[in-house]
Design a binder for this molecule. Sequence first.
Ligand SMILES: Cc1cc2nc3c(=O)[nH]c(=O)nc-3n(C[C@H](O)[C@H](O)[C@H](O)COP(=O)(O)OP(=O)(O)OC[C@H]3O[C@@H](n4cnc5c(N)ncnc54)[C@H](O)[C@@H]3O)c2cc1C
Length: 353
Amino acid sequence: MADFKVTELDEDLDFDALPYWDVVIIGAGPAGLAASLTTAHRGLTTLVIEAKDRAGGQPQFLYPDKKIVDIPGFPDGVSGEELSDRVYRQAVDALVQFRFNEELHAVQDTNQTEKDDQLKRVVTKGGEYLCRKVIIACGLLHFPRRLPVLDALESRSVFYKVPKIGDYEGRRVVVIGGGDSAFDAAAMALARRAEVDVIVRNTEPIAKADTVQRVEETGGRVRCSCEVAGAKFEGGAMKLTLTDDTQLTADYVIVQIGFLSAKETFQRLDLRLNDDGSIAIDPYFETSRRGIFAVGDVHGDIKLIAVAWAEGIQAAIYAFKEITSPYWLNEKRLKDQKIAMIGDKITQAARAK
Ligand SMILES: Cc1cc2nc3c(=O)[nH]c(=O)nc-3n(C[C@H](O)[C@H](O)[C@H](O)COP(=O)(O)OP(=O)(O)OC[C@H]3O[C@@H](n4cnc5c(N)ncnc54)[C@H](O)[C@@H]3O)c2cc1C
């Protein structure tokens, strides 16, 4: 615990004896961690449920070693792992409680009420948790799209995340994918002295132009309009055949071709979805189910750590206001009432015609 007071929660609180949690947050990625420390700082009992065995989300699991350069306050960059560990420590100091290795299964409505809230029951494969508000921050489910042609090799040198390798000197690395993740991986391997080929299925990469330029300027070969058609082992290395008949030899292959959709989980939660399968939210980050908020990558739009943080913090504050403000002062409900009044006026005007 820090030597200054970081939370309104009582250090001696017996979290196991709580009749319900004020807030349950699903996912300990950037959005969930930022939301959790915001609610806990304000004295709300806060539980975070995380499917993996550690906090951090994508920066921790997909690019722990990458130097992130677009986080305000870190002019020299910060690794995904360090950033995740710092925010996690801050949440622990704020007395946020965590359950790791538990995956969300459902959020059920109950008949119990607490002030204005109908309590919800969050069901995971390991337990059930009653709460007043739920914040869904489960990001992209971390099931990368796989390439069967490479899986068939059963090789430990085929990676679906950026591997933690300090120095690639003299290593031949093939990166598959045309987006930012693929080109970030290529740039990192090049900076660590690898020989890099990037295989892009489309006619041109969709990654940021300056990253593509950096990869090309530092010796990366970008091969567009082709895919891996065949793969085998030969002389201790992988031999890849591309659809344009090019043959490549690789010590490591890094596949970054996106993720499987989390749509199935979202549908199970009975939430309204956008056309692209992401969770639909209102301007207060509340979903189609009252008391359930959604933040970060789950609702589409801009996928950045700072955005996930900001949304997590905003939803946490709206949840806090709903829990602590009297009904007649609740900003969202006042706005809802105003909108309803405008609707009434429009109806009355139409009837008067
Ligand atoms: C390769 C790559 C590089 C990137 N580089 C940058 C960068 O340089 N700068 C930047 O700002 N952004 C970057 N991003 C984007 C950034 O990482 C994401 O926008 C951000 O992590 C989203 O945070 P989140 O909390 O919404 O989701 P996530 O980070 O995906 O976290 C969600 C958490 O929820 C957990 N979870 C999922 N399902 C369940 C479930 N059913 N039950 C319980 N827990 C669950 C997951 O295990 C995970 O820990 C990058 C992304 C990638 C893929």
